[in-house]
Ligand binder design. Structure first.
Ligand code: UDP
Ligand code: MG
Length: 311
């Protein structure tokens, strides 16, 4: 089988040589052991500002496996990965996506390939065993994020980032998702087909700095939720209902106070209108939200189904 390893790179000049060294020796090993017949490594340069592309060009002449794709400007990790996958879809039997920084254990690739070859898995997710090397903050915000996504009804593989093997037909199916806000961790489980997890320890970044500072991480989380779920919109409707009901209670209270003669003039009508109007307004926003939710789902033009087998 032919495998292509897709590696998105953004300002990764410090790590690329080491990454290539490790990947090449692994590929040599797998080809020797006849786990693979052919293999390529595709670096996608996501509009880097440093010497990443020059290094990719050098590596391409030095190493038979290495190929490069240079994007005209920085489009972000998810889009860069997509570009790579779209480029390789008709050139391989399966592709593995991995970060350039060697945080994900490259040796897990052997297990992934084995699951593809011998267990007919179409998707193999690389899952982190523990997050020992992450800071307390990153670990817990990540956990919160997974919990939130789950509550929003999005099917995610816990502790899995974008390190995964996908068979050709899965990538072909993926390419049928025409949406522009892509969140691969959400889409891939949605496609279906037989999948498995392989576990590995996540290491520190080999060199260089993380390209995901706090603000990018937050953006990513918000994008993840809003590109998969319209639940936040429905929440407005629910709150609208609750406030309207509360306004009824408030009315009864205000009227009782009024008849007991303890209300200051004007208080009752003021209180009633504040509560009631608030409730109605929220409810109306919620109704508008419901329609926006429908439009939103419609404009995504996602495929309605994906066929796994034909007999
Ligand atoms: N990356 C990219 N474009 C970007 C940001 C990051 O292609 O705009 C790549 C980066 O080179 C790396 C991967 O995405 O290969 C993951 O980034 P990073 O390791 O910085 O994220 P972290 O592991 O800290 O979440
Ligand atoms: Mg990293």
């Amino acid at each position: 089988m032919k495998l292509i390893i897709v590696v998105p790179c953004y300002n990764e000049e410090e790590v690329l040589r080491e990454t290539t060294k490790q990947l090449t020796s692994l590929v040599d090993f797998m080809i020797n052991e006849r786990l693979l017949s052919e293999c390529d490594i595709l670096y996608v340069d996501d509009g880097s500002k440093d010497n990443t592309w020059q290094i990719i060009e050098e590596l391409q002449t030095e190493c038979q496996y290495v190929h490069g794709l240079k994007l005209a400007h920085n489009v972000g990790h998810q889009n860069a990965l997509w570009a790579g996958l779209e480029f390789v879809v008709d050139k391989c039997d399966a592709a593995i996506s991995i970060d350039a920084d060697l945080q994900d254990d490259v040796h897990t690739i052997v297990e992934m390939v084995d699951k593809f070859n011998n267990e007919q898995c179409d998707v193999v997710y690389g899952v982190r065993k523990e997050r020992k090397t992450d800071t307390f903050f990153k670990r817990n915000t990540a956990l919160l994020f997974y919990k939130m996504m789950l509550a929003m009804g999005v099917d995610l593989v816990y502790n899995h980032a974008d390190y995964r093997l996908m068979s050709r037909r899965v990538i072909e199916s993926l390419m049928k998702y025409p949406e522009r806000n892509i969140f691969l961790r959400g889409i891939v489980p949605m496609i279906g087909f037989k999948s498995e997890n392989v576990y590995y320890d996540r290491a520190e970044r080999f060199a260089g700095r993380s390209k995901y500072p706090l603000n990018k991480m937050l953006n990513f989380a918000v994008d993840g939720i809003t590109s998969f779920s319209v639940k936040p919109l429905r929440l407005i409707t629910t709150i609208g209902f609750i406030v309207t009901i509360l306004s009824l209670c408030a009315s009864i209270y205000a009227i009782v106070v009024y008849f007991c003669g303890q209300a200051i003039k004007g208080w009752t009508s003021l209180l009633l209108s504040v509560w009631f109007l608030g409730g109605i307004l929220l409810l109306c926003v919620g109704v508008v939200g419901e329609y926006i939710g429908k439009i939103y789902k419609e404009v995504k033009r996602r495929p309605r189904y994906i066929i796994e087998k034909r007999i």
